[in-house]
Design a protein around this ligand. Structure first.
Ligand code: S3P
Length: 449
């Protein structure tokens, strides 16, 4: 079920070609960070193109609860009057982060080195996800956490009154953990050092530098070493949020699979720590090009053009690419089902602790739709059936996971028989205009009972 109200089942069926321009919403990762860093600055940060999905709206509400003035000016324009590093006030209510792992983990980091207490919760998906990966490093700063068994929400964090800086090697490839430690380090005196063996999305580092923090990044034998000098005064910024590559993935993949399609997806952020899917699709033989490549607001941006690609072949996705496409494996597995030969995805243990166990959710739905899938703890293999040869004709579960819902709807646009998804409500967390955007391109999506 979606968070507010009854499930929204939808059906996707084969139809004519997809054509036109797909203007996807702002980047979710950058939107969360813009609100949080705005709240930690002194003065007014202006944001354009903010993603107005439920996850980000929950973060906006949380920033208000910690004392920032957050205003929606309409049309994706927002402003944040920040309280400064260390200036958070104590919320008088529980902070409900809904479905958002990014929201809760980053906010826990941002408050953990201030002398305030806050209790966090979320929906049935978020309260099942591990928070120990964040509370362990936050304890090194002096923060205390009390939660449910297994480090689950609801959880109370007692911020450190006298925080100490930390040197921390992140044990799992996670931008959320890295970011939580850096945000906590903001209010610790001295240098906080974060080491990540595998590079994950670097928006926090880029944006911290943009807000005026003293931060350096070195590539060493142990990985990326990020050094942040604590207690800076962050300067408010004007932030233009680029459009989300993780949302662009859905119209792009749909265009590759639906006969006769030709879709342009303009202004997509192509930060190398996010763009792994597009390179993988090109390796599979997708007719996918980057047009008008340029730089905007410190991030590489291009227009993506995707055309029907009936001759795609399976590939072995390099495990070292996993972090740069971690949210795109569900829709990649759908493309793989329509390619010839097998697609191997390894080094992806993290998929098991996303909004749901994404390997299991996709494997079960793909199998029900007639596709052979093998899986293990940190790998899975999809045996492609080739274009036009995937049966479909089943109802699958979205498990409170927006990307699972969208991946199966994309699938249903090319299967022999329609695909029905039991609840598409979660799509609103990251891509609230998905239904209208896709039907506008010509996709056969309908609400169903
Ligand atoms: C995100 C990091 C990733 C990603 C999530 C957004 C972020 O999670 O899956 O959708 O904005 O930092 P992990 O840090 O758990 O890999």
């Amino acid at each position: 079920m979606s968070r507010h109200g009854a499930p929204i089942p939808m059906t996707a069926r084969k139809g004519g070609p997809l054509q036109g321009a797909a203007h996807v919403p702002g980047d979710k990762s950058i939107s969360h960070r813009a609100l949080i860093l705005g709240a930690l600055s002194v003065g007014e940060t202006r944001i354009t193109g903010l993603l107005e999905g439920q996850d980000v709206l929950d973060t906006a509400r949380a920033m208000r609860a910690f004392g920032a003035e957050v205003t929606d000016h309409g049309g994706g324009e927002w402003s944040v009057h920040g309280v400064g590093v260390g200036g958070f006030t104590e919320p008088d209510q529980v902070i409900d982060c809904g479905n958002s792992g990014t929201g809760v983990r980053l906010i826990m980091g941002a408050m953990a080195t201030s002398p305030v207490v806050a209790t966090f919760t979320g929906d049935a998906s978020l309260t099942a996800r591990p928070m120990g990966r964040v509370t362990e490093p936050l304890a090194l700063f002096g923060a205390q956490a009390v939660g449910r068994a297994g480090g689950r929400l609801p959880m109370t964090i007692v911020g450190a009154a006298d925080p100490v800086p930390v040197r921390y090697a992140v044990p799992v490839p996670s931008a959320q953990v890295k970011s939580a430690v850096l945000l906590a380090g903001l209010n610790a005196p001295g240098e906080t050092v974060v080491i990540e063996a595998e590079a994950t999305r670097d928006h926090t580092e880029r944006m911290l530098a943009g807000f005026g923090a003293e931060l350096s990044v070195q590539d060493t034998e142990d990985g990326r070493v990020i050094t942040l000098t604590g207690q800076p005064e962050l300067t408010p910024q004007a932030i233009a949020v680029p459009r989300d590559p993780s949302s662009a993935a859905f119209p792009v993949c749909a265009a590759l699979l639906v006969e006769g399609s030709d879709v342009l997806v303009p202004n997509i952020g192509l930060n190398p720590t996010r763009a792994g899917l597009f390179y993988t699709l090109q390796e599979m033989g997708a007719d996918l090009t980057f047009e008008n490549s340029r730089e905007e607001g410190g991030e590489p941006v291009a227009d993506l053009r995707a055309r029907f690609s009936p001759n795609m072949t399976g590939v072995a996705v390099p495990p070292e690419r996993a972090a740069s496409m971690i949210d795109e494996y569900p829709v990649l597995s759908v493309v793989a089902a329509f390619a010839k030969g097998k697609t191997e995805m390894r080094g992806v243990r993290e998929l098991r602790v996303k909004e749901c166990d994404r390997i299991d959710a996709m494997a079960q739905g793909l199998r029900a739709a007639g596709v052979i899938v093998e899986d293990g703890a940190d790998w899975w293999i999809v045996h492609g059936r080739g274009p036009g040869d995937v049966p479909g004709g089943v109802t699958v579960q979205s498990r409170l996971d927006h990307r699972i819902a969208m991946a199966f709807l994309v699938m249903g646009l090319a299967t022999q028989r329609p695909m029905r998804v039991d609840d598409c409500g979660p799509i609103g967390t990251s891509f609230p205009i998905f239904e209208g955007l896709m039907t506008g391109l010509g996709a056969g999506l309908t609400r169903s009972n």
